[in-house]
Design a protein around this ligand. Structure first.
Ligand code: NA7
Length: 547
């Protein structure tokens, strides 16, 4: 016999950047009884799990953070242009302590199922350990990049050395002096490669697709720069929240082909020297992601840099991408230079695929056995939707989320789902493509305001209409079709997962337009939502029943 479920007003699933702030808003501003759950042994989400060498944000630290705590904006001392994983985790721990959130965070607890009861309007959440909790609201802050894509290569389990995915880096794994292999060259893989080459005895990179990587321009954050930022934080956030990608720079309005070739070279050269991937893609010219000619201008500029930097022409050739420059932009310190080191070897698995993994290492189709002590999979994630596939979520009438989505995930605003009342996603499929912290804050503040309104007005259920969900999802698809991103395989369209047909996982209209849409929806009395103020049949409100 199980114990009676523990009653809460709201459940937050996840204690990463999103879950932490959601807990704060719902508990301290809306006044609900809230508990956040996380399967990890600590807070931090992505920044708890991704402890691989080189892990860091690649958006400027001064805007890769919360904007809400004005005092902390003045007090927190970032050390470098980009915050490293340990620094970000320290920062999130400090936020949790400062706002006394720890007492309402339950760690080491995976929520495995959620079921909505129509009679009581309550969600029941069940943990892996079999404990049950009920709540009127559930916010899933599962993390858009938390479900690992771990390729099932023949012989993987036979490897005699240490084997890991970057997203679950073991605390005791030290690669110093080891022979290390890495599969994957996305933003994670390239960060790992730059760091690992400096400490590993030998690093073998198994590259499937060559990547466009620009310099990050990382370095110490001077006191003068920090002082300037602190002085101008209000304007900085205003610009971030009114921009497209929310990374803290002015996006270009100039089409690349509207200027001379010499001017294009000058702009690219300047951006290359200043560093930052998002800036190179969105701050140089307005249309790199849309116009094939503009895209090719940027792509050929980067390819020419690869040829200049990489001494071995054959390695330079393998490192040079030939597809569009239209994946999530990547930047790093000295990525291409790393291939000039004697201890780094590049294997193009497009030309020479991995045949199998053996106890000793990786065998490629040419018959070479690459002997390794450590094998690292930097192979990314089942993005946006992956964490939802791991949960059993049942809405009205017992419909499962898997049934609701079928083979293509959908949502209204990346936040809400028809048939799943009072369930809010933070960064569900259909969320805005931008720097995550301001994107998360945008959704969290809207959810908290919406829940607050529902509480005040005695609304028992708030649920997206089927039409609104269909229209939003269709609009995201139509918008994405104009972009060259849609013609390139990557996690942004789910096409990194074997056998999955590409789908649109983001709203590409920019954070400014997204926020404007949220404001309009609220002003129109929650347009696209069905608000039900009929009292529930059992009228369960544990705060008023006192038990
Ligand atoms: P990404 O960007 O999805 O990169 C994964 C990399 O792994 C990429 O180079 C893939 O090659 C490669 N990959 C994936 N599966 C395989 C298999 N089966 N064999 C060989 N290579 C493979 O993930 P990241 O972790 O780097 O970044 C994800 C986001 O996290 C990032 O954008 C940040 O926002 C944080 P491919 O290019 O598909 O050929």
């Amino acid at each position: 016999m199980t114990d009676r479920p523990t009653p809460l007003d709201a459940i937050v699933i996840g204690a990463g950047i999103a879950g932490i702030y959601m807990l704060h808003k719902l508990r301290d501003e809306v006044g609900l009884t809230v508990r956040a759950f996380d399967k990890a042994g600590g807070i931090g989400g992505t920044w708890y799990w991704n402890r691989y060498p080189g892990a860091a944000a690649d958006v400027d630290s001064v805007v890769y953070r919360y904007s809400f705590d004005k005092e902390m904006l003045q007090e927190w001392q970032w050390k470098t242009r980009y915050a490293t994983q340990p620094e970000i985790l320290d920062y999130l721990e400090a936020v949790v302590d400062r706002h006394d959130l720890r007492r309402d965070i339950q760690l080491n607890t995976a929520i495995e199922s959620l079921a909505f009861d129509e009679a009581s309007n309550l969600w029941t959440a069940r943990t892996g350990g079999g404990a049950e909790f009920t709540a009127r609201y559930v916010v899933s802050a599962l993390g858009p990049l938390s479900s690992a894509n771990y390729p099932d290569i023949e012989g993987r389990d036979s490897f005699a050395g240490r084997i890991t995915h970057t997203g679950a880096w073991p605390a005791d794994l030290d690669i110093t002096g080891k022979r290390v292999g890495v599969v994957g060259t996305g933003s994670t893989g390239t960060q790992f490669i730059c760091a690992a080459a400096k400490t590993a005895a030998q690093l073998t990179v198994f590259q499937r697709s060559a990547q466009y990587v620009v310099p990050s321009g990382d370095g110490p954050l001077s006191d003068a720069r920090l002082a300037e930022v602190r002085e101008n934080y209000d304007q900085i956030w205003e610009q971030v929240f009114d921009s497209r990608v929310g990374c803290g720079f002015e996006e270009s309005q100039t089409p690349a082909m509207s200027v001379t070739e010499a001017e294009r070279e000058r702009v690219f050269e300047q951006a290359w020297a200043a560093g930052n991937g998002f800036h190179f893609m969105f701050g140089t010219f307005a249309d790199l992601a849309f116009d094939p000619a503009a895209n090719e201008a940027a792509a050929s500029f980067i390819r020419s840099k690869i040829r200049q930097i990489v001494r071995d022409p054959e390695t330079a050739r393998k490192l040079s991408p030939t597809d569009y420059y239209a994946k999530r932009p990547i930047c790093n310190s000295g990525y291409y230079e790393t291939y000039n080191r004697d201890n780094v070897t590049l294997v193009s698995t497009k030309e020479n695929p991995i045949a199998r993994i053996t106890p000793a290492g990786v065998v490629t189709e040419d018959g070479t056995e690459h002997e390794l002590d450590v094998l690292v999979f930097a192979t990314g994630f089942d993005a946006m939707e992956g964490s939802y596939h791991q949960l059993d979520i049942r809405g009205r009438g017992g419909v499962t989320l898997e049934e609701h989505w079928g083979d293509t995930p959908s949502s209204y605003l990346g936040i809400a789902l028809h048939e799943f009342p009072n369930l809010f996603m933070v960064f569900g499929p259909g969320s805005v493509f931008c720097n995550l912290p301001p994107g998360l804050e945008t959704q969290i503040e809207w959810i908290a305001e919406t829940v607050g309104t529902a509480e005040q007005r005695g609304i028992a259920r708030i649920e997206a209409t089927a039409a609104a969900e269909e229209e939003w999802t269709g609009m995201c698809r139509a918008m994405a079709e104009h972009s060259l991103f849609a013609q390139t395989d990557s996690w942004i369209f789910g096409s990194n997962i074997p056998g999955r047909k590409p789908r649109t996982l983001f709203y590409f209209g920019g954070i400014g337009a997204y926020r404007q849409r949220l404001r309009e929806i609220t002003a129109a009395g929650y347009e696209g939502f069905h608000l039900d103020d009929r009292p529930s049949l059992t009228a369960v409100r544990h705060t008023s029943t006192g038990n």
